[in-house]
Design a protein around this ligand. Structure first.
Ligand SMILES: C[S@@+](CC[C@H](N)C(=O)[O-])C[C@H]1O[C@@H](n2cnc3c(N)ncnc32)[C@H](O)[C@@H]1O
Length: 288
């Protein structure tokens, strides 16, 4: 090994100690994932690396570790996140796609499959395009549309769709408004809307509170504003017996299902995420 150039193992050990002593959550995972991504190797391979890192790599890694110390997440530092089969670009305009949301995609795909694998899907509040791009990639016969109110988010979502080789029609829209071309035709409506109670935002972990866009979090005074709007405003777009698949926050499933029932939707049920939380609610429009 060259004198003065640290090994990957040494770099990680120092970074873990630095992050731990600064009280950063998931210090070991953060330090290892950042270096593995920087070097283009698997996390498990770090300890086996014989080659010393270059001075430039060590400098960049040091910069990344100091950003992590300011509670910026690993994904924001890297500028991308892994989601199902995808590597999705992200920036300050987009929420980091969460593992929880992978189970929402699974529930939407089940709805698509019950319709023969080919139908019109609309994703409201697409962010990085995590849900829409996954559905378009995994069920290529679907005609996928997606909206967001943020032009910055749509720019990223378009790039993610392009890079994944899928075609999605993106619309800049306030939720489901001004989508007259879709009237009565959406067979699967899916959304992970903002659902954090406004008063809870200051209590969130700094990684979320200080780095995720608040427009992606703020669900109004009781966290349910967007569900009320989705049920009230999207029904003109829905085909007869359309499926509605929505991500919900912890302890929101019952309230959201009840809002849907009162707005004329039939309740189909809930799906749990990997942690066992009821993360997805399913309803059906116009079957009465
Ligand atoms: C919780 S994030 C979900 C992002 C992405 N679907 C995901 O699951 O990772 C909610 C998204 O809704 C968008 N949004 C907020 N208010 C909106 C509105 N009035 N109309 C359309 N999109 C909105 C935000 O910009 C954000 O991208």
């Amino acid at each position: 090994m060259q004198i003065g150039v640290p090994s990957a193992r040494r770099l990680v050990q120092d970074a873990v100690e630095e992050l731990q002593s600064a009280g950063i959550p998931e210090a070991k995972a953060s330090a290892e994932v950042l270096l593995a991504e920087l070097l283009g190797v698997r996390r498990s391979e770090l300890a086996l690396l014989k080659e010393p890192v270059t001075g430039k790599q060590a400098e960049l890694y040091e910069d990344w570790i100091s950003r992590r110390k300011k509670r910026e997440t690993v994904q924001r530092i890297l500028g991308y996140a892994y989601f199902r089969n995808l590597r999705l670009e992200l920036d300050e305009h987009t929420l980091i796609p969460r593992t929880d949301t992978e189970s929402v995609v699974a529930a939407a795909l089940e709805a698509v499959d019950r319709r023969g694998g080919s139908c019109r899907v609309l994703d409201l509040g697409t962010g990085t395009g995590a849900i829409a791009v996954s559905i378009a990639q995994e069920r290529p016969s679907c005609d996928v549309h997606a909206t967001d109110s943020s032009e910055g988010a749509l720019k990223i979502a378009r790039r993610n769709a392009e890079r994944s080789g899928v075609e999605i029609r993106f619309h800049r829209a306030d939720l489901a408004s001004d989508l007259d071309g879709l009237l009565g035709s959406v067979e699967v409506l899916v959304s992970n809307p903002p659902y954090v109670r406004r008063a809870d935002i200051p209590k969130l972990a700094p990684e979320v509170r200080d780095w995720d866009p608040h427009v992606a979090l703020d669900g109004g005074p009781d966290g349910l504003d967007f569900y009320r709007r989705i049920f009230a405003e999207s029904s003109p777009l829905l085909a007869e017996r359309a499926d509605v698949v929505l991500e919900v926050g912890d302890d929101q499933a019952k309230a959201v299902l009840e809002l849907g029932r009162c707005a004329g939707y039939d309740i189909l049920g809930t799906h749990r995420d990997l942690t066992g939380a009821r993360r997805t609610v399913r309803l059906r429009w116009g079957s009465g």
